[in-house]
Design a binder for this molecule. Structure first.
Ligand SMILES: C[S@@+](CC[C@H](N)C(=O)[O-])C[C@H]1O[C@@H](n2cnc3c(N)ncnc32)[C@H](O)[C@@H]1O
Length: 287
């Protein structure tokens, strides 16, 4: 059990040896580069997990992580070390580009799938699904699919449930909400859940981009937003090359607006801020 005097630990100290071990681990498992200077953040997060799971120190927790064969603690620590921040219609220019430039090319297809490769707690895939419905009307329910993946099973579970606090929807008004959401009652008051038809457009899957790629595809559009910042240059290059192979000819790759492919070798054409295109032409016919 946890010693109460130790729970007073400020959580901001980490031996250089432990920090180095965590750096190596995060890089090996998830491709995440924890730069020097992140010691305090890492110490705080490890200590928080140690305390929550009943370990007496960050060292003891990380020891257990390394010895764990079940894979559960691996998920736990990677979750603790990554940032899952996201929001609905984040970086709206991407959704305008999808509506105005990409969907007109896909309209005549029987079916197509858009992949979001770091989908976090679901705000991104639901924003894509709603954009598809707004652009294509009811046919979107059978014509368009969204594949949503992330390394974290914790955020994927939240995404799959599709339940969000009212505040998450910000300025999306009452009419928008009643079109796409169901209002929670009883102990779910103040929460909203996406309607089953919207949820039905999205397939969730755990994918660690360091390990594997989806067996399906290629895709006309891949979202790879606000994840590249965690990767060093060689990892960025590897991930972009792997995802380029998963794009259709003429397909698009989105990165975060504060990210870019400047400085890495790739074969994509820069179209506008945070939008890249593979050579060729998207075809209108069925995938
Ligand atoms: C800051 S969130 C970005 C969410 C969303 N794309 C957006 O822009 O709002 C970064 C996500 O990348 C995920 N992630 C980190 N490393 C990963 C990896 N190796 N493979 C897949 N997902 C990873 C994290 O779990 C987290 O949910």
């Amino acid at each position: 059990m946890l010693d109460s005097t130790k729970s007073q630990h400020p959580g901001t100290r980490l031996s250089p040896k432990l920090f180095e071990a965590v750096q190596g681990y995060a890089y090996r498992i998830a491709g995440i580069e924890l730069q020097d200077g992140k010691q305090e953040m890492v110490a705080g997060r490890l200590w928080k997990r140690a305390r929550a799971l009943g370990y007496e120190s960050a060292d003891a927790y990380f020891d257990a992580v390394q010895r764990d064969k079940s894979g559960e603690l691996e998920l736990d620590v990677i979750d603790a070390l990554t940032t899952n921040y996201t929001s609905f219609f984040r970086e709206p220019a991407h959704f305008d580009f999808l509506k105005g430039k990409i969907l007109p090319q896909l309209r005549s297809r029987q079916q197509f799938t858009i992949w979001t490769a770091a989908s976090s707690s679901g705000e991104e895939p639901y924003s894509i699904a709603v954009t598809l419905i707004e652009a294509l009307g009811e046919t979107a329910y059978r014509q368009a699919k969204v594949k949503a993946s992330d390394i974290s099973t914790k955020v994927l579970k939240r995404a799959e449930a599709g339940v969000y606090d009212e505040e998450r929807f910000g300025s999306l008004g009452a009419e928008w909400r009643s079109r796409y959401l169901l209002r929670g009652k009883g102990d779910q008051a103040g929460k909203f859940r996406f309607r089953p038809q919207v949820r039905g457009m999205i397939r969730f899957e755990r994918i660690n981009l360091m390990e594997s790629l989806p067996s399906d595809g290629p895709f006309p559009l891949i979202f790879l937003r606000n994840i590249m910042i965690y990767f060093d240059r060689p990892t960025q290059e590897r991930v972009v090359a792997a995802l380029t192979a998963k794009l259709e000819p003429g397909g698009y790759l989105y990165v975060g607006h504060s990210e870019s492919l400047n400085g890495i070798t790739h074969s994509l054409e820069h179209v506008q801020v945070a939008v890249y295109k593979k050579a060729g032409q998207l075809e209108g016919r069925a995938q």
